[in-house]
Design a binder for this molecule. Sequence first.
Ligand code: XLS
Ligand code: NI
Ligand code: NI
Length: 440
Amino acid sequence: MSQTIFSSFPTVAYAGPSSAQPLAYRFYDADRVVLGKPLREHLRFAVAYWHSFAMNGGDPFGSATIHRPWMAPGDPLTQARAKADAAFDFFRVLNAPFFCFHDADIAPAGATLAETLSNLHTMVDYLENKMASSSTKLLWGMANLFSHPRFMAGASTNPDPEVFAWSAATVKHCMDATKRLGGSNYVLWGGREGYETLLNTNMKQELEQMGRFLSMVVDYKHKIGFTGQILVEPKPKEPTSHQYDFDVATVYGFLKKFGLENEVRVNIEANHATLAGHTFEHEIATAGAFGILGSLDINRGDALLGWDTDQFPNDLWTMTMAMYHVIKAGGLGLGGCNFDAKVRRQSFTPEDLVEAHVGGMDMCARAFLLAAEMIEDGAYDALLTERYAGWQQPAAQAMLTGKMTLEQVAAKAEADAIDPQPRSGRQERLENLLARKIYG
Ligand code: XLS
Ligand code: NI
Ligand code: NI
């Protein structure tokens, strides 16, 4: 393979927790078997093509700081191939099991819809070829329906039906591409599926459009025999002031309304959870409760900034809680842990990108190992079992399973002269247990 900016990096290996090497995994021992299968299969790490190879460090206040060779002026398809060469070399450095992409990350837009789609398929051929000699697989594909000005008022929720149709054509081809590359999931993130002001917005109409669009996506999935999951990625705001896929609970309500709750799951992002005023584990536990946990976008926000800063994770407590709820929800299945995270604009060297991912993968692996210990240790589950033990009683079961009406429950409560007593929730005991596990 031709030289890339990552060629000088050896493949990062597991060296154990006491290793002082910056480019070694200290916790991510991919083959280590925990809770019945190797860490690699639990975590299914993915590199995000957009943040790692397309992002140039520009922000609303300053221009690009990251200048990769494939970003220089040149023939767009030649540059897209150079980008793909570098991407696969980067996957080799990390020994990354998966990657994720949007159409716009892998292929240049053309002057027309036809040319844009043809560029996409040209690059899918190229990626298919690269994948043939790589161990890195596709976790998910997606259409970028938010960057181009045509999407400024939304994609499927656009007041202009032609934008809906353009979006449908794009998604159809991105689903074809995802299927062809053996993707495990197809994701929709409604970046501009929301509004900036209700003064110009017919919300009922827009929700109808979004529901119809998602139904068409699900129908097409079955038509082409795509065996992966369809996922929606909730986010409350940014770039719109209100996004319709606000959080997991809102998405579940939306799926129910359109009869899609058994067809579509969620891709939960840590920074989106905090933007919605939730914790990451809250969103995961909510998805677990509704049976719609699909996949994770791993990152973190900055509590002082309050937007989607997409930083690499560094808080072991938060991540351990997240992994604990992943395990409780039955694991990630076809999903995985996608690093929807970017290096800071001062971190413009290739080495920064490698270190960021090595640290992020280690953080998740360490958290997963701790969460597995929490499960195996049993103290948390024991407390939960005890806390809800009353519900195992036949009388309580009768209330829960619909065998009793409101009047019957009332009559029995009065007849029994019940007198419920306060009981400790034992929060501090549990927090102490977890603190000891994490900090020693
Ligand atoms: C943006 C989203 C985006 C999706 C992919 O906030 O997180 O990166 O994951 O479109
Ligand atoms: Ni994301
Ligand atoms: Ni995001």
